[in-house]
Design a binder for this molecule. Structure first.
Ligand code: UD1
Length: 373
């Protein structure tokens, strides 16, 4: 049997790593890693390969950035050549980025079986490009690997036959559990002059939060107010950095050199951090403020309070069982939620079923059972 595993953007790398580990352990399957090149900056891509011990991609499509249509189309054109040459039995795609959909669509049209890891997540918000990617990928996948019962219910409601759906747990958490102890000892937070439990760790890159000047300024103003009480460390995504610059909002943030200087209160920006460094910053923070999907899951497992600047989530299990609370992007609500968590101890949280570090192994076992063409 031959499998092509696909990665494209930052959140894909930690999801594919446990599958590659399990394939290597299993030893009988030929597998190739294809990087679409959707993310290409050293800090958005290569740094994760190093941290996670991922093998160098066998094939890099080098598509880079572009509009949604340009990026998706460029991946399809290049990936089709790879599939025609390599003729795999399965293509494994993870998550919900443009590369996920592009590769699933290309494979399916060539009659190659598609496995979607992290299937069935739904925000029911069609203004999110990821929701469109999720719906379309799931609609054409042959094996749908899910992380929780909400995802199983979503797929059942959409009429996906139960025989295609496999509840395996969460590969992102496999990676978290594998690297947690190593990351804990790194002391990354101290490089930024911070003390454990005495800062907020933040990420923000969703178009809904950063692509509109008024929205972005409102959020930055709220953060600036909150940061008079507790410093905020904000490793900044290239999209957000570009927008802050374009809208002339740089006055709300303070660049930190990562030189051990103790930050005054404020919103301190730094370049995107690697996987292990951000995990260190996350696990030692007082709380995380984010619009990411994966961080809602990681904080829930780490027991770190998470305030999510989105009106909805495709990961409701993190609100029901974990530490997550949704606040949207209203500045007053963001400020109120962060302040509340500075004062109150969060409620006890629980880890969702099968988020136990074995999801990658379950996926590979199931693919072996399903077999080649
Ligand atoms: C993508 C995913 C999003 C995911 C995020 C994680 C889609 C639709 N979106 O969003 O789901 O949460 O990745 O980071 O697939 N850029 C760089 N260097 C890079 C990559 C991007 O400078 O290595 C800049 C470019 O200006 C680019 C912009 O960031 O145009 C956006 O990149 P893109 O891949 O289109 O989407 P993300 O916002 O990163």
């Amino acid at each position: 049997m031959k499998i092509i595993n696909v990665v494209g953007a930052r959140p894909n790398f930690m999801k594919i790593a446990p599958i590659i580990d399990a394939l290597n352990d299993q030893g009988q399957v030929v597998h190739l890693l294809v990087h679409t090149g959707q993310h290409y900056d050293q800090r958005m891509s290569q740094a994760f390969f190093e941290d996670l011990g991922l093998p160098r991609p066998d094939i890099d499509l080098e598509v880079g950035s572009g509009s949604h249509a340009q990026q998706t189309a460029a991946v399809m054109v290049e990936f089709e050549k790879v599939l025609l040459r390599e003729k795999p039995d399965w293509v494994v795609v993870v998550g919900d980025v443009n590369s996920t959909l592009a590769c699933a669509l290309t494979a399916k049209k060539l009659g190659i079986k598609v496995a979607h890891v992290e299937a069935g997540l739904r925000s029911r918000d069609m203004s999110m490009p990821e929701e469109i990617n999720r719906l379309c990928t799931d609609a054409i996948s042959d094996a749908l690997f899910t992380t929780d019962c909400f995802a199983d219910e979503n797929l059942a409601r959409e009429g996906v036959p139960a025989r295609k759906v496999h509840f395996v747990g969460n590969v992102m958490i496999d990676t978290l559990l594998k690297h947690r102890d190593r990351a804990r000892e790194l002391g990354t937070y101290s490089r930024f002059g911070l003390e454990p439990g005495m800062y907020v760790a933040m990420t923000m890159h969703r178009p809904g939060n950063v692509d509109n000047r008024e929205t972005l300024e409102g959020i930055l103003m709220a953060l600036e107010r909150v940061s008079r009480d507790i410093p905020i460390l904000f490793p900044i995504h290239p999209r957000t950095a570009k927008m802050i610059e374009r809208f002339g909002l740089s006055g709300y943030v303070l660049p930190h050199g990562g030189d051990g200087v103790k930050p005054r209160f404020g919103v301190w920006t730094t370049e995107p951090l690697g996987y292990l460094d951000f995990l260190n910053v996350n696990m030692h923070s007082r709380m995380v403020l984010t619009d990411s999907g994966g961080l809602q899951e990681e904080t829930s497992v780490l027991g770190v309070p998470c305030v999510t600047m989105r009106p909805n989530t495709e990961r409701p299990v993190t609100c029901e069982m974990g530490t997550n609370v949704l606040v949207g992007n209203d500045p007053a609500k963001i400020e109120e939620a962060v302040r509340a968590r500075l004062v109150f101890k969060p409620r006890e949280c629980a880890t969702p079923p099968l988020w136990d570090g074995r999801a990658g192994a379950r996926i590979v076992a199931k693919l072996m059972e399903l077999g080649g063409s």
